[in-house]
Ligand binder design. Structure first.
Ligand code: PRP
Ligand code: URA
Length: 209
């Protein structure tokens, strides 16, 4: 059974509050997105399989556990998802990274695809899709559909802020996908922006507005 986790942790609440502040500048915004990605990654990897190993310490042999087997791929949705990659790789340095380029048509709010480059062996990997904003859910749903078409069986979605509308649509469209977000907001406005949200994540990460 898939699950949805909305983080409840003091560090996450604190960092999301800083991220929302309109006076937070590009440098700090980027750092916060990356730090939140690391915290979300910690939670989203709780179920990774481990195996018992014996390790020689300087004084004795320790029976302990290490990650076993499962190969991972991270797939940020361009642009804003890129801001989460380094924070994820800090904990998962062996993960491969694919990219899916989507932007929302400003009138219809439907996602428009413009790029897709995924690791060749993606079908053998567990995939974590990254996008800070889950608004209408269209971009996440579309990206996950593209990844499923490549034969991937095990997919998770990690975001930072979700709207109830987008969360429900994503849960219904891909009921097998575990979802991790740092905060669930109140609603979408008439332009498809999350309220209260944090504004345009891509523009704030890359300083384009
Ligand atoms: C933003 C955000 C998501 C999408 C979420 O991207 O980064 O990808 O909107 O909205 P949705 O849930 O309604 O699909 P945007 O289209 O602004 O592109 P950008 O990241 O290139 O700025
Ligand atoms: N994309 C953003 O970057 N922000 C929103 O509030 C909604 C979609």
């Amino acid at each position: 059974m898939s699950k949805t986790v909305i983080m409840d942790h003091p560090l996450v609440h604190h960092k999301v509050s800083l991220l929302r502040n309109k006076n937070t500048g590009t440098k700090e915004f980027k750092e916060l997105v990356s730090e939140l990605a690391t915290l979300l990654c910690y939670e989203a990897t709780r179920d990774l399989p481990t195996e018992e190993v014996e390790i020689e310490t300087p004084v004795a042999v320790a029976k302990t556990h290490m990650l076993s087997g499962r190969k991972l791929a991270l797939v940020p949705i361009l642009r804003a998802g890129l801001g989460m990659v380094d924070g994820m790789l800090a904990l998962l340095p062996a993960a491969k990274v694919g990219h899916i380029g989507l932007y929302r048509n400003e009138d219809t709010l439907e996602p428009v695809e413009y790029y897709c480059k995924l690791p060749e062996d993606i079908a053998e990997r567990e995939v974590i899709v990254l996008d800070p904003m889950l608004a209408t859910g269209g971009s996440a749903i579309d990206a996950i559909s593209q990844i499923k078409k490549r034969g991937v069986k095990n997919i998770k979605f990690i975001g930072i802020i979700g709207a109830p509308e987008g969360l429900k649509r994503l849960q219904e469209a891909h009921p097998d996908v575990d979802i991790y977000i740092a905060a669930l907001d109140e609603k979408l406005n008439e332009n498809g922006y999350i309220i209260p949200g944090l504004g345009d994540a891509g523009d704030r990460i890359f300083g384009t507005k």
